[in-house]
Design a protein around this ligand. Structure first.
Ligand code: FAD
Length: 403
């Protein structure tokens, strides 16, 4: 694996840098910098998505026939790294990285023609209805029932039950979800994958306020919600196959570029803070912990390049995606802990108004301490969602140790 950029890659990197230097407005860059979660408020992420769409760069991972860029693995990595360095707000993965590829894989020609262009253009905002109060890690035990009805109004499913932890359901106009269409046999065999509209009568979205004081997740209740059968993706009772396909995409993507940006911000913070009259950055114990984090990030970056090389050679990355999910979320949490220690008592000030991009509320304490605590609290969830780290360790053990 050659990690040096070729002349072609360097020219591509310059092209991306030139584009970002003009297209990324100061307002969007500020939103990217102040965000405390992987999910950016849609008023910023959709604005950025529309700019990327106009340039034809919104879906680096999609095949060209559906509006993708045709970039190779290295170009996609360069693009992700440059966006992270420039502080671009991240785009919601729900449409572009999750349900989009599933529609490509399992959708009818009509579904592809309808949904895919809308996802690219940011006309639809999706949420994911998988988890339920009694079904998270053990997702196949989900119970939300979908009864089949055929009446004067056409063929429908009638949904009853609830979904929980549904990120941005309060912003979304569409949901992709898993429902139970058969209660007999193996749990995986009675699940169906549905696409539905959030304004359908009988749907109620109730907020769940996180430890960080933010409204990002919800519980969604379904009371006799009628969904046309044309919204089904794949065959009835075969939704588990589609869901597994989707989970492969949920875990993909490069984490190292974003983590390296967090590390360099942390260094800048530590250079400005003092301990016993000395810059914290010069403290030998602090430096040792920064060095440990930096080594971990280099290891993650190398593993990501290894996966890229495997994928571009047509090979399966094996347990590496579980390894990367675990390592990158734990590295993120380690950096967050260091940021809290660096901000010290100013980390404890709850001041969401001062974090509003474009706002004029002056922060209490240094500006660099503003996001330390909400990021720390928010990122505690990173080792839970997308398959918890304990579950990832189980997968690695099974694949590597064959136990
Ligand atoms: C911020 C946030 C956003 C989310 N967004 C969404 C969303 O948009 N859509 C959606 O559908 N879901 C979403 N989720 C839900 C997420 O996928 C689940 O929380 C996750 O799958 C864990 O399920 P659970 O919460 O039911 O915990 P449980 O499955 O009950 O797990 C509890 C603990 O037990 C451990 N555990 C469970 N089973 C095993 C096992 N077999 N071996 C070892 N340890 C085990 C887990 O690792 C965890 O530590 C989100 C969650 C969070 C926190």
């Amino acid at each position: 694996m050659d990690l040096n950029l070729s002349a072609r890659d360097l020219a591509f990197r310059d092209e991306v840098r030139a584009f970002l230097s003009t297209a990324l407005t100061p307002r969007l860059a500020e939103a990217g910098r102040l965000v405390t979660s992987v999910f950016v408020e849609p008023r910023y992420s959709l604005e950025w998505q529309k700019i990327l769409h106009a340039k034809g760069w919104v879906a680096p991972g999609w095949p060209v026939e559906h509006g993708g860029t045709g970039w190779d693995e290295m170009q996609r990595d360069i693009f992700a790294a440059e966006c992270a360095r420039a502080g671009a707000p991240s785009l919601s993965p729900m449409g572009l990285k999750m349900v989009g590829p599933c529609i490509m894989g399992y959708g009818s020609p009509e579904q592809k023609a309808f949904y895919l262009p809308r996802i690219l253009a940011g006309e639809d905002y999706w949420c994911q209805g998988y988890s339920e109060p009694g079904a998270g890690s053990d997702l196949a035990s989900l119970q939300m029932r979908a009864d089949s009805v055929s009446d004067g109004d056409g063929d429908h499913y009638v949904l009853n039950g609830s979904k929980i932890w549904t990120t941005h359901a309060h912003h979304a106009n569409r949901m992709f979800c898993l429902v139970r269409t058969n209660f007999e046999g193996k749990p995986q065999q009675g699940i169906t994958f549905l696409l539905l509209e959030m304004n359908t009568p009988g749907i109620e979205v109730k907020p769940i306020i996180t430890l960080a004081g933010e409204h990002e997740v919800n519980q969604v209740f379904f009371d006799n919600v009628r969904v046309p059968k044309s919204g089904r993706l794949g065959a009835e009772n075969d939704g588990w196959t589609v869901a597994k396909y989707l989970l492969e995409f949920e875990r993909g993507g490069s984490a190292a570029p974003g983590l390296k940006v967090s590390l360099s911000r942390l260094k800048a913070m530590a250079a400005a803070e003092t301990s016993d009259g000395e810059a914290l950055l010069n403290d030998v114990h602090y430096r040792a912990r920064l060095a440990e984090a930096a080594i971990l990030l280099d290891a993650i970056e190398m593993t990501e390049h290894r996966v890229m090389a495997a994928l571009s050679g047509g090979k399966n990355p094996g347990p590496a995606s579980s390894m990367l999910k675990t390592q990158s979320t734990e590295a993120m949490q380690r950096l967050d802990e260091l940021a809290i220690e660096t901000a010290a008592h100013y980390a404890g000030v709850h001041q969401p108004e001062a974090r509003e991009p474009g706002g004029n509320v002056e922060p209490i304490g240094p500006r660099h301490s503003l996001v330390a605590m909400p990021r720390y609290l928010n990122n505690r969830a990173a080792s839970i969602y997308g398959g918890s780290n304990q579950i990832q360790r189980d997968i690695m053990a099974r694949l590597l140790l064959r136990i």
